[in-house]
Design a protein. Structure first.
Length: 180
């Protein structure tokens, strides 16, 4: 499933020059690939799966009547304030009183999709991945939350996240999901 498409030439993303101009963030909730991290690379002939679990599709996961696709939605990037970023860091590290922080910054309580920076993460510390091609550590590029403009979202649970790591040198994406 195409979750998002990023224009890597957009200076606001702060991604160094790569061979890929548009990067497709792909994920599948309806097959075993969602049961662990998987890596892929886009090529001129399609998507090359580098690592991931294989198997038959699920009948009713993540929820019954799961759609074959979601309606296309356009999103606009909105910069977090320095204060919001500090609050996210404190929430991720379980510093201060999380209930007080979340009540003062209720829009940060539920993970929202984020490109760059450190997103609100439900599991800390963040697990990092090596690129399966060059073995360098891959930085986190994006976190995609459940909300996607549809009634139930990607998983039916606002506390499930899709994390996308990107190796600029190899144009490889590694994705995994985390839950509360």
């Amino acid at each position: 499933m195409l979750v998002a498409t990023l224009n890597l030439r957009d200076a606001r993303l702060h991604v160094p020059r790569t061979a890929v101009e548009r990067l497709h963030l792909l994920y599948s909730w309806t097959c075993p690939i969602s049961e662990g991290p998987f890596s892929y690379r886009e090529t001129a002939s399609g998507v090359e799966l580098l690592q991931g679990r294989r198997g038959d599709a699920f009948d009713d996961f993540p929820y019954a009547g799961y759609p074959a696709f979601f309606p296309e939605t356009s999103l606009a990037l909105q910069r977090l304030t320095e204060e919001e970023q500090r609050v996210i860091l404190k929430l991720n590290r379980r510093e201060d009183d999380p209930i007080a922080l979340e009540s003062s910054f209720s829009h940060l309580a539920v993970p929202a999709s984020q490109i760059g920076g450190e997103p609100r993460l439900l599991q800390w510390p963040l697990h990092r991945f090596e690129c399966p091609e060059c073995r360098r550590m891959m930085p986190l590029l994006a976190m995609i939350g459940n909300r996607n403009g549809s009634e139930r979202g990607f998983t039916g649970n606002d506390f499930v996240q899709m994390l996308f790591f990107f190796c600029v040198a190899c144009s490889v994406v590694t994705a995994e999901n985390v839950t509360d």
